[in-house]
Design a protein around this ligand. Structure first.
Ligand code: ADP
Length: 457
């Protein structure tokens, strides 16, 4: 009833009052003769009606209209809408309550927006590809990393059934198995691009609702290419080490067996023993180099930094290297400035110079020359090791710092090389934040240049 009374516009009530006034006028005209008095009474009564109407309209109808409008706005999601009711009493309280409701709704919506923004930032920025599939197999979401692996745009995936747009058998199997077994499933995939090949691990995880019914699946794509590369390097390394060890061990075993057979001349026995000795020296050198590499690569490895005179350090090692040069009939010259102080790991720097000078002597024919020059350049020290040896052709040059890489296997073996010397050198120089360059011409010679900061840290 109340609703029927007040839900019309103000003009209806004004017209209604006028009609009632006219009817009252007609009734009263039977009793009141003086038209002026009648008119004045009717006018007063009409004005009274209008004032009543205005009062009711302003006090009740207008604020309720405003409240309804505001609630409608809230329902539509406009949480900024507020009611401006100044009336006291229950209507005023209703307005205040609606405003309080609007405020908490607005707070909730801000929080929800923040959560959803945080979630989408995480999804977009994780370093793995992600696809969300619903229980009917439709794709709902793909992230940036997924697009960077598989190409195309979000619109080419979202809204499609997974097998229409994800053609790879391994991906389809992951989704199917996840739905079938309702638990996490894993598959591998090799993705060939124009330029490279990526190894991906695909993991499907089911999503359940609160009643434990399957609602869909999240499919993650992990790029394990670097890991695979490392694994391959490790396998290659183990194969190389085994191969390097096999040759001397076979020789030692063979010659030891021959010796055990007895029945040979004393000088043949000595010859065999010498070979056994040489081969064990080779194994020892290999093991030492391997230990050095593993020490350098260990996470806890730290340079033992100290400030020392470079000339003194080099002078410590020169005598034994000069011996080696003399045996190979190669002349060795060293030119190192006095009073050149550097902060570095002295033992490791000595190791670098020993390795490079030994190589220079080993790969330089009789009557050749090896020069060690050190230049003091303000904040830097440059060490040059130059020889007039066999040189390295440009096709081999980029690979000589790799482990076990040798230009001429037989020659390296003959000189007792392990194939690890330059790998160790590079590692030490880089741990000092220095750089190493090589410049070489076949049959003319090679120069290694090491650039070190005087204050490595
Ligand atoms: P190796 O123990 O065989 O000497 P390195 O790692 O020290 O192993 O060197 C790798 C390869 O680089 C050598 O086998 C050799 O072919 C080449 N090499 C290194 N230094 C020189 C040099 N001064 N002159 C010519 N070739 C060199």
């Amino acid at each position: 009833m109340k609703k029927a009374l007040f839900n019309r516009s103000l003009i209806t009530y004004v017209t209604g009052s006028l009609l009632i006034t006219v009817i009252i006028g007609l009734v009263l005209s039977q009793f009141i003769e003086n038209n002026w008095i009648l008119l004045a009474m009717l006018l007063l009564q009409y004005i009274f009606f209008l004032l009543m109407l205005l009062y009711i309209f302003n006090k009740y109808i207008k604020p309720i209209d405003e409240a309804i409008h505001s609630v409608n706005q809230l329902l539509k999601g406009n949480y900024r809408s507020r009611v401006h009711i100044s009336s006291p009493g229950q209507i005023g309280e209703l307005g205040q309550q609606i405003n309080a409701l609007a405020r908490s709704l607005s707070e909730l919506s801000i929080q929800e927006q923040m959560h959803s923004e945080q979630l989408s930032t995480v999804i977009e920025n994780i370093d793995s590809g992600l696809v969300l599939v619903d229980d009917k197999g439709y794709i709902h979401l793909v992230n940036r990393k997924f697009l960077s692996i598989f190409g195309k745009q979000t619109k080419d995936y979202v809204g499609y059934i997974y097998y229409e747009v994800l053609r790879q058998k391994e991906i389809q199997e992951t989704v199917q198995d996840t739905f079938l077994y309702e638990k996490s499933m894993k598959h591998s995939l090799i993705k060939e691009n124009d330029t490279d090949q990526r190894h991906l691990e695909i993991v499907g995880a089911p999503i359940f609702n609160e009643r434990h019914l399957l609602k869909g699946a999240v499919i993650m794509f992990y790029d394990v290419t670097e890991f695979k590369k490392l694994e391959l390097m490790r396998k290659d390394f183990v194969a190389n080490v085994s191969h390097e060890l096999k040759t001397p061990i076979t020789a030692i075993k063979g010659f030891a067996e021959t010796l055990l057979d007895r029945g040979h001349e004393a000088d043949t026995s000595e010859y065999f023993l010498n070979i056994i000795y040489d081969e064990s020296v080779r194994i020892q050198a290999l093991v030492e180099d391997l230990l050095m590499l593993s020490t350098l690569e260990h996470e806890t490895f730290q340079l033992q930094l100290a400030t020392f005179h470079l000339k003194d350090a080099i002078d410590d090692i020169l005598p034994s290297i000069k011996d080696h040069a003399a045996k190979n009939k190669v002349s060795l010259h060293a030119d190192i400035p006095h009073n050149l102080l550097i902060t570095a790991d002295q033992e490791k720097i000595k190791q670098v110079i020993i390795n490079l000078l030994t190589n220079a002597i080993n790969y330089t024919p009789i009557d050749g020359e090896v020069n060690l020059t050190v230049e003091d350049k303000r904040e830097q020290v440059v060490i040059y090791i130059q020889d007039t040896g066999i040189g390295i052709s440009s096709e081999h040059l980029p690979r000589i710092f790799e482990r076990f890489y040798r230009v001429d296997k037989a020659r390296s073996r003959h000189t007792g090389g392990t194939g690890l010397g330059l790998a160790i050198v590079k590692h030490i120089v880089e741990t000092h934040k220095g750089t190493i360059d090589v410049d070489s011409k076949e049959n003319e010679g090679t120069t290694f240049s090491i650039y070190l900061s005087k204050h490595s840290q």
